[in-house]
Design a binder for this molecule. Structure first.
Ligand code: UD1
Ligand code: MG
Length: 248
């Protein structure tokens, strides 16, 4: 995995889960803070450096993860696109590709899955490759938009979906591989979302396609490959799933 880095987004306030005293990425799954799984996973994947974007309760996150990571403080929490932009300043010149993972949904991936994602990205010459999955219940996730030929045309966030898009079951897991040159150029072009007032990383898909750049989505069959933890209910589900997975 030469010249491939990783960026982990762990700055957000977790407004929906309303955790005031700790960052949600430190919530335990089967007794271990969920970002601990992500950290181990990325070490095994062999990507470097691993840049962690911190903000809300950032000191606690850094204290837990310790050495072996590059930290960057997001400052104002202006969304996932803004968080990645902050992380870019920490990537070495020679880094050509980077994974981006959300700290709140990445505990269940495997090193092999991430290696496959990187390799597919490299082979396809896409500027952005998204890991997607079909969910029986896609509510809350960004939906993958495809045209008649099956080509990805964008990612639409839950808050912005039309009635028709709402029925799309293929969702964005929140794991991506990007070409760094693309990020350097296009992160600046993301416009603030008028509904949420944040810069959405997922807007990059549409911006790329508009300029005839290729965006790929790699669909995995297993729905349990990723579970976003945005509410206490989802935390309970994720905890249960982790206990099951560790047993088998
Ligand atoms: C995000 C994706 C959505 C995807 C889902 C999968 C965007 C805009 N949407 O939605 O398409 O289906 O994940 O779980 O990216 N964070 C920061 N700084 C910020 C905001 C967030 O570091 O300013 C971090 C959070 O700590 C979190 C991660 O980014 O770990 C994702 O943020 P969250 O607000 O949970 O995004 P979702 O709405 O779940
Ligand atoms: Mg989330």
């Amino acid at each position: 995995m030469k010249n491939v880095a990783a960026i982990v987004l762990a700055a957000g306030k977790g407004t929906r889960i309303n955790a005031l005293t700790t960052n949600k990425v430190l919530f335990p799954l089967a007794g271990k803070p969920m970002i601990g799984y992500t950290a181990e996973l990325l070490r095994k994947t062999g990507v470097s450096p691993i840049v962690v974007v911190v903000g809300f309760k950032g000191k606690e996150v850094m204290r837990f993860l310790g050495r072996g990571f590059v930290y960057v403080n997001q400052g104002k929490l202006l969304g996932t696109g803004h968080a990645v932009q902050k992380a870019m300043t920490k990537l070495p010149q020679e880094t050509k590709q980077t994974l981006v993972l959300n700290g709140d949904d990445s505990a269940f991936y495997t090193p092999q899955l991430l290696k496959d994602l990187i390799n597919l990205h490299l082979r396809s010459h896409a500027v952005m490759t998204v890991l997607s999955v079909e969910r029986k219940d896609p509510i809350g996730y960004g939906r993958i938009l495809r045209d008649r030929n099956g080509e990805v045309t964008g990612i639409r966030e839950e808050r912005d979906v039309t009635e028709k898009e709402k029925r799309i079951k293929e969702i964005n897991t929140g794991a991506y591989c990007f070409s760094v040159s693309f990020l350097r150029k296009y992160l600046n072009n993301i416009r603030k979302n008028p509904v949420k007032g944040e810069y959405y990383l997922t807007d990059l898909a549409e911006l790329a396609v508009k300029d005839n750049l290729d965006v790929e989505a790699v669909k995995v069959d297993d729905e349990t490959v990723s579970l976003g933890v945005n509410s206490l209910e989802e935390l309970k589900q994720a905890d249960r799933l982790m206990r099951q997975k560790l047993k088998s």
